[in-house]
Design a protein around this ligand. Structure first.
Ligand code: B12
Length: 218
């Protein structure tokens, strides 16, 4: 006999257990049996949240976190395909890049969390300068400019970016995160928001565009 909620638990366990090969089949079966996609998305989100906690407690390392994110990426794709639905209108457009260095791991995780939350994300890559963010923000009509800052020598560039966005009249909200950032520094530099990890990035981005709830990550 099927225990209520057990499908959600299996999906959550699939994420926390890093069962990359199982997520697609599990979700397809769940959708076929009539399960609502938002409950499945919620279950994946819970799994990812638990992985993020384990990572913060150093129970797992970066490779495991990346596998978890990959599962979510595959899971979202499967849900859209199985339900035969087009991607809904995005909550907003985000331009994300790493300021001044090639570091890409954290940025990639943030990108996945934002996409899972319903944002259209334009990843402009690493080794970027303020002018690159400005150009892309204009080009895509960004609602949010998100910056990953991994080294102290890139911090002055963040201040330049805030100045450049202002002087170009770009109204996009700004958020920042990364190894050398904290809330006080982000505020001092003039950013609208700071996020310590991918889960925070998603909830903060929603707050910045005035969205709440939804089927995505919290
Ligand atoms: C891997 C790594 C590299 C790799 C990057 C490979 C790649 N393709 O990404 C390589 C070897 C290239 C590299 C190079 C360098 N690195 Co390095 N690197 C790291 C390391 C070990 C891990 C980074 C990582 O991937 N972490 C895992 C991810 C999951 O975590 P994360 O990136 O922090 O992201 C999370 C949060 O920060 C947050 N977040 C991240 N971005 C954003 C953005 C937003 C908007 C939000 C809301 C949140 C958010 O959410 C993420 C997920 O939850 C860190 C050490 C560390 N502990 O951070 C050093 C580190 C960042 N590197 C450092 C340095 C100094 C360098 C070099 C300058 C070294 C050198 N002398 O050459 C060079 C850069 C050279 C250049 N060309 O500019 C220093 C920076 C120190 C400082 N105070 O400035 C660190 C902290 C190591 C140290 N302790 O000294 N590095």
């Amino acid at each position: 006999m099927e225990v209520p909620g057990s499908v959600e638990k299996s999906v959550e366990d699939c994420v926390t257990g890093l069962k990359l090969g199982e997520i697609e089949g599990l979700l397809r079966d769940a959708v076929r049996s009539g399960m609502m996609p938002d409950r499945l998305m919620e279950a994946m989100s819970k799994g990812l949240e638990k992985l993020q906690e384990k990572y913060a407690d150093r129970v797992i390392g970066t490779p495991e976190l990346f596998v978890g994110a990959l599962i979510i990426e595959r899971g979202i794709k499967t849900l859209f395909e199985s339900c035969g639905i087009e991607k809904p209108r995005p909550l907003g457009k985000v331009v994300i890049g790493t300021m001044g260095t090639p570091h890409e791991g954290g940025r990639h995780l943030v990108k996945i969390a934002l996409e899972a939350s319903g944002f259209e994300v334009h990843d402009i890559g690493g080794n970027k300068l303020p002018k690159d963010f400005v150009r892309w923000a204009k080009e895509v009509g960004a609602d949010i400019v998100a910056v990953s800052c991994m080294v102290v020598y890139a911090v002055p560039l963040l201040r330049d970016l805030i100045g450049a966005l202002k002087s170009e009249g770009i109204k996009a909200k700004t958020m920042v995160g990364g190894a050398v950032m904290d809330l006080d520094l982000a505020r001092d530099l003039g950013f609208d928001a700071y996020g310590k990890d991918m889960m925070e990035a998603a909830s903060i981005a929603k707050a910045l565009v005035g969205a709440s709830g939804g089927a995505g990550l919290r």
